[in-house]
Write a protein that binds this ligand. Structure first.
Ligand code: PLP
Length: 487
């Protein structure tokens, strides 16, 4: 597939500086050579969403092995809210390196672990007092949150949502609400997992107001616990306040309140998965804060580590203390390097006011795309909290039929012009923005120009407001079927 990508016209070189510089198509010759080695040695199941080999990266810019410089709207899938190699993070790592590399917290404790736990216990939107335990990945945090919830309540069942993504380990994969590519062929799955539909106002039945639709979903929530599982057997509900991989759909406020009330009424714990939404992405440190919600447990990862692998469960102290000593943990969880990087990254979020910055970035992205949607019928919906913006591409704004091909073409076109984009959603038709929040105004403007011209190039344009019109065909098809798949 990689050779196919060379069929596209060459990209004009642009000057170096603090912006894009494209010298070759992506992948270029050096990346193609590496890709061949990658195909030989590494299983295809580790799928590439972007055919990019990065040599180095700083802030919002990545330099590939062919010397192309691209703007990064993928941010390691939301793991780089403070940007690539943030100077405070790298300084903290350099200071820690000669002191202590590894000890395993079970056999040799260290202060950075305690300092980071203290910090998260202070800032997490969980009722105080709380405690924190560290792990390595988002999936591991999810697994441990479920273990803690089961141990604390003595109940077996867990309720998750359709379209949710909670990771790839056995239990996390079971909780994930998308078969392909995450679950197909990987069963049997963990028992006692039940699944609720995730409200999606954009896809509500025609003729229903958003409020009526949300009210229906709330009634559905109560019916669910009469039809599928006895609430007295449910340890926890796990939910993303804005779906990540599932399509960047924020949970409606009224539904979130109803869910929290229902959980409270029935002694069901609420686990909020903030792995992708956490650490300023949504314009608040945690997405729960938009809802005034105080969950029992939160799972944290991705941008927690400022680029280092780290995850955490922060929860009410009484719950966190319920498992027996040795019942949770692991060799590498709370690695000293990851802890100092996380402390530096959180300090940078606070000092550089990245929550406010995320709100500004998000409103600029949304304004630009909403304006564009007036003449591009394929832009069906623009939504999301803060800088976690989802753009849904449809074949027809009336039927809202997904158009994954349009998005694939846009992603490819943007990549060839220096912007790294990602899609998401079960149909692969939703563009998501996960740019470093440290991106400069100039870089954002350049990225939005590339995005806009990619959309204009790949989608049909009308001169009139397109809402509710008939079928529109993309103007241009690149036929590059395999470079992108939402994951
Ligand atoms: C909401 C959410 N939870 C859990 C995970 C799993 O994290 P990891 O890939 O670090 O296991 C992800 C990863 O994308 C995620 O977005």
């Amino acid at each position: 597939m990689i050779e196919m990508l060379h069929d596209v016209p060459p990209v004009a070189a642009s000057p170096a500086g603090d912006g894009v510089r494209m010298l070759t198509p992506v992948p270029g010759p050096a990346a193609t050579r590496l890709f061949r080695r990658r195909m030989k040695e590494i299983p295809r199941s580790l799928h590439q969403m972007v055919p990019l080999f990065i040599r180095e990266a700083h802030g919002a810019l990545v330099t590939d092995v062919d010397d192309n410089v691209l703007l990064d709207f993928a941010g390691g899938i939301g793991a780089l809210n403070t940007g690539h190699t943030h100077p405070s993070v790298t300084a903290a790592l350099r200071a820690q390196l000669p002191r202590l590399l590894h000890s395993c917290f079970h056999t040799g404790m260290h202060e950075p672990y305690i300092m980071l736990a203290e910090k998260l216990n202070r800032i997490a939107p969980v009722p105080k007092p709380c405690k924190t335990a560290f792990f390595n990945s988002g999936a591991e945090a999810v697994e441990n949150a479920v273990k803690i919830a089961r141990r604390a309540t003595g109940r077996p069942a867990i309720v998750a949502f359709e379209h949710a993504f909670h990771g790839r380990t056995l239990l996390a994969m079971t909780l994930t609400g998308k078969v392909n590519p995450y679950k197909a062929g990987f069963g049997p799955f963990a028992p006692e997992i039940y699944r609720l539909p995730f409200p999606s106002p954009y896809h509500r039945p025609q003729g229903l107001s958003a409020k009526t639709y949300t009210d229906q979903c709330i009634r559905g929530l109560r019916d669910f616990f009469r039809l599928h599982t006895d609430p007295s057997q449910v340890a926890a509900v796990i939910v993303e306040m804005q779906l990540g991989e599932g399509g960047f759909i924020p949970l409606p406020q009224a539904y979130a309140r109803a869910l929290a009330n229902f959980c409270h009424e029935h002694g069901i714990l609420m686990i909020v998965d903030e792995v992708q939404t956490g650490f300023a992405r949504t314009g608040r440190m945690f997405a729960c804060e938009h809802y005034g919600l105080h969950p029992d447990l939160v799972t944290l990862a991705k941008s927690l580590g400022g680029g280092m692998p780290l995850s955490a469960v922060t929860g009410r102290a009484a719950l966190m203390d319920s498992p027996q000593p040795g019942g949770i943990g692991g060799t590498y969880g709370g690695h000293p390097l990851s802890c100092v990087a996380a402390l530096a990254s959180i300090r940078a979020i606070e000092k550089e006011k990245l929550c406010a910055r995320a709100r500004i970035l998000g409103s600029r992205v949304k304004a630009r795309l909403r304006h564009l949607s007036r003449t591009i019928p394929a832009i069906g919906d623009v939504r999301g909290l803060g800088a976690m913006v989802g753009v849904e591409f449809v074949k027809d704004p009336g039927t809202r039929e997904p158009d994954p091909e349009a998005l694939r073409n846009i992603i490819h076109h943007a990549l060839q012009h220096g912007l790294v984009l990602l899609g998401c959603g079960v149909d692969g038709n939703i563009l998501r923005t996960l740019m470093p929040l440290t991106i400069t105004d100039r870089q954002l403007e350049e990225a939005l120009n590339i995005l806009e011209s990619a959309i204009r190039h790949c989608c049909h344009e009308t001169t009139r407001h397109p809402r509710g019109r008939g079928h529109h065909r993309p103007r241009h098809r690149l036929g590059l079927g395999t470079i992108h798949r939402p994951a």
